[in-house]
Every structure is written in C-alpha cells, then in structure tokens.
Design a binder for this molecule. Structure first.
Ligand code: PEP
Length: 254
C-alpha cells in the first residue's frame, strides 16, 4: 500500500462514452458510493458532460476532471479546449498524454510538456500518463520509453510547481485489453518511474508524487495492485462505467 505521504487516488476515465442522462446517473452512483471510498476519487468525463456532472458532484467529495486540454489559453484552435476553460467549467483535474491521445492523435512528449504547463498554471491537478507498447516491452525497451516520457513530459518545472502532479503508469498493452500487468510488473515499473522522478526532480518530490496504475483494472484485481508499495491509485477506463467502480473506489490494500 502507498506510503502515508501519498493519499491514494482512484480516477475514472469515461473516455468518449455516455449520453448526458447516463452521465448524470453514473455521477450519482459514484457520489453516492463515496462514503465507502478508501481514498480520493475523481471522474474524468467528456467535455460535454463536465457541467452537468459538476452539478451532481458539488459538495460530495468526488473530484471532476477533463480528459485532455490544449496548451494555449485561448484563440483560433478549432475543436480544442483550454485548461482555463476546464477550470472555469468546474474541473479540478485533467488527464494529459493518455496513450490513446499519443497513438491516435499524434501527441508527443513535447505536447505533453506544454499541456502540463497549461494545467499547472490554471491550478488543475494533472494526471500525466506514460507507458510502453507491447512491442516495446517485448524488445526490452520499457525502461528507456518510461525514462524518455518522464524526462520529456515533466522537463523544465521546479518540484514546487509540480507538487500537485500525478503520474499514471499505463502499459499500452493493458489498456482496454483485459490484460492487466501483474502486481509485480506494476510495482517494478512504478519503482522505476519513482527513481526517474528522483533523478530529475529530487528525492522529496519523488517520495510524495502519486503514481497510479492504469490498464484493465477491475474489482477483482484492484486489491492486489493497491497492495504494492509504489502503487498509489488507479486510472480506470472500462470498469469506471460500471457499478464495479464502487468496489474499486473501496479497494482494500493488504
Ligand atoms: C484508461 O483508459 O486509462 C484505461 C486504463 O482503460 P481500461 O481500464 O479500460 O484498460
């Protein structure tokens, strides 16, 4: 289980799912179950649902997040949403550099770095995603990929500026595939990421930075993942759309 320095965080990523009515129902379910949560809880919802979900979550303790943001504050960027707009709409968090954004929309570590700057400037808690593909894992490139993504994504910020930042280790081969990293694989990667955070931003930042695991987290595997010393929470896709999310929120780390 995570160090006492790091409050566990379970964050749902609803991706491009749900109507407004379904979003309202799910937000009510999650906020209704918050009393049995084992740590902090957030839902990262589609842009169109931010306002209605925000109304439901108000005063409940469940935090609200977006799934992406642009790095500019405003301007001619058709289709984009700025970090300031997320904040204005009621978000406290934002996912940055999700592997689906990297893989399907060409996001690079440079984009991630600029988006991180925008999120921090607007007072949003960024959840910066990193992770290797199956091919990279099978060709022993996992550590190099994680090192590059951490260094490139987080470069240029002082530890004090990054104080709220959260990192999510999301092996691409485990996202939406039903293949979860074993608790030992997750722990090994999280420990490596923490060592990289220490190298770039110092020991005290690394010791306090929450590292979430993401990739086919379910009600059945959450406890064993959360039992790992460097796993400080979970970023949950598919299972965050179901009642199972309540059990995930109420994980029991041995
Ligand atoms: C994700 O989208 O961040 C994710 C981890 O998805 P899933 O839980 O469905 O694998």
């Amino acid at each position: 289980m995570a160090s006492a320095l790091r409050r566990p965080l379970i964050a749902g990523n609803w991706k491009m799912n749900l109507t407004l009515a379904q979003s309202v129902d799910l937000a009510k379910l999650v906020s209704g179950g918050f009393g049995s949560a084992s740590g902090e809880v957030a839902v990262c919802v589609p842009f169109t649902a931010i306002t209605v979900v925000g109304e439901i979550l108000k005063g409940t303790g469940v935090r609200l997040g977006g799934q992406d943001c642009h790095w500019e504050a405003s301007g001619a960027f058709t289709g984009e949403i700025s970090a300031g707009q997320l904040r204005d709409a009621g978000c406290q968090m934002v996912i940055i550099g999700h592997s689906e954004r990297r893989r399907l929309f060409g996001e690079t570590d440079e984009h991630v770095n600029k988006k991180l700057g925008a999120a921090l400037k607007c007072g949003l808690t960024p959840i910066v995603c990193v992770g290797e593909t199956l091919e990279e894992r099978e060709t022993q490139k996992t550590w190099r990929v994680l090192e590059t993504q951490i260094a490139g994504g987080l470069k240029g910020f002082a530890p004090s500026e990054l104080a709220q930042a959260v990192v999510a280790y999301e092996p691409v081969w485990a996202i939406g595939t039903g293949k979860t990293a074993s608790p030992a694989q997750a722990q090994e990667a999280h420990l490596f990421i923490r060592s990289q955070l220490k190298k770039v931003h110092g020991g005290s930042f690394a010791a306090g930075c929450r590292i979430l695991y993401g990739g086919s987290v379910t009600a059945d595997n959450v406890d064993s993942l959360m039992a790992q010393a460097d796993v400080d929470g979970a970023l949950v896709g598919g299972a965050s759309l179901k009642k199972d999310f309540l059990r995930i929120m109420g994980f029991r780390a041995a």
